[in-house]
Design a protein around this ligand. Structure first.
Ligand code: NAD
Ligand code: ZN
Length: 248
C-alpha cells in the first residue's frame, strides 16, 4: 500500500490500467500546472492581495460582483491561450481505449475537453460558462475580454461564472456520475489533486471499498498517498503518458 514511485509501481499500475474495462480518472489543478495554469496553492495562485478563499464565495459576489468578475476575467485571459499538455492528451487516449471510462475533474479551465475527453464531468463547473442570477439561464461564453463588468444577461440581471464557490453545493448530476463510476471502476487514477475536499477525498475510498485499485500521481505526498495502492511521485505530464503508454 502507498508505495512510492518505483519502476515496479509504475509497471503494476500500467498493467492494471491496461487490463481494466472500467476506469475512473479524477483530476485537480496539478494536471493543468504544466500547461501554465497556476494552482491556487502555488506562488502564482494569488491575484492582487486576495486569496481565492476571499473571492470564490457567494458573499464576496454579493458584496462586490465587479471585483469578483475582475478576478475571473483575469483568469479567463490567462487561460484562453493555453493548451492541453501531455497528461491531458494521455487521458484522452486512455478514454478512447477503455470500454467504460469517466473523467471527473475539479478543474474549471476546460482543457480536458480541448484534449478530446468526452466522458467528462466538471465537478466545480467551468470558467467558460455563465449563469444568470435572475432568469437562471446557463450558456457558454468564451469572450476574452468580457467587456463591461459585471457582464449582464439579456434579461438585465447580473451574470455569474458557472463555477462552484466555497460553501456551495456541487452539481448533482456530475457528483452522481462520479459516485456511480467509483462504485464500478476497477482502477481509479487520481492526478494532481491534494484530495482534501469532497468528493475528491471520498471517491478513491469508495472505489477501494468496491475492490478498485487506486493509483495516485502527484509530485507531493497527499491525504490519499497512504491509502493508494500505488502512489507515483512526479509530474503529471511525465507520469500519466508513461502509465498509459507502458500499458499498451
Ligand atoms: P488542488 O487542491 O487540486 O491542489 C493541486 C495539486 O496539484 C497539489 O496536490 C500539487 O502537489 C499538485 N501538483 C502541482 N504540480 C503538479 C504537476 N506538475 N503534476 C501533478 N500534480 C501537480 O488544487 P488547488 O490549486 O488547491 O485548487 C483548488 C480548486 O480550485 C480546484 O479544485 C479547482 O476547482 C480550482 N482551481 C482550478 C484550476 C484549473 O481549472 N486549472 C486551477 C486552480 C484552482
Ligand atoms: Zn437572465
Amino acid at each position: 500500500m502507498g508505495s512510492v514511485r518505483t519502476e515496479a509501481g509504475l509497471e503494476a499500475a500500467a498493467r492494471r490500467l491496461r487490463d481494466a474495462d472500467r476506469v475512473l480518472a479524477l483530476t485537480g489543478a496539478g494536471v493543468s500546472a504544466e500547461s501554465g495554469v497556476p494552482t491556487f496553492r502555488g506562488p502564482e495562485g494569488l491575484w492582487r492581495q486576495f486569496r481565492p478563499e476571499d473571492l470564490a464565495t457567494p458573499e464576496a459576489f454579493e458584496r462586490d460582483p465587479r471585483l469578483v468578475w475582475e478576478w475571473y476575467a483575469w483568469r479567463r485571459e490567462r487561460i484562453a491561450p493555453l493548451e492541453p499538455n501531455a497528461a491531458h492528451r494521455a487521458l484522452a487516449a486512455l478514454e478512447s481505449r477503455t470500454v467504460e471510462f469517466l473523467l471527473a475533474t475539479q478543474n474549471v479551465d476546460g482543457l480536458h475537453a480541448v484534449a478530446g475527453n468526452r466522458r467528462l464531468v466538471e465537478l466545480h463547473g467551468s470558467l467558460w460558462r455563465v449563469r444568470c442570477t435572475g432568469c437562471r439561464k446557463l450558456r457558454e461564453d468564451r469572450r476574452v475580454p468580457l467587456g463591461d463588468l459585471p457582464p449582464r444577461c439579456a434579461c438585465g440581471a447580473v451574470l455569474r461564472p458557472d463555477v462552484v464557490w466555497f460553501g456551495e453545493a456541487l452539481p448533482e448530476g456530475a457528483v452522481g456520475a462520479a459516485l456511480k463510476a467509483a462504485q464500478t471502476a476497477e482502477v481509479v487514477l487520481v492526478v494532481g489533486t491534494s484530495a482534501l475536499v469532497y468528493p475528491a477525498a471520498a471517491l478513491p475510498q469508495i472505489a477501494q471499498g468496491h475492490g478498485a485499485f487506486v493509483v495516485e500521481v502527484n509530485p507531493e505526498e497527499t491525504a490519499l498517498t497512504a491509502s493508494a495502492d500505488v502512489s507515483l511521485r512526479g509530474r503529471a505530464a511525465e507520469l500519466v503518458p508513461a502509465l498509459v503508454e507502458a500499458g499498451q
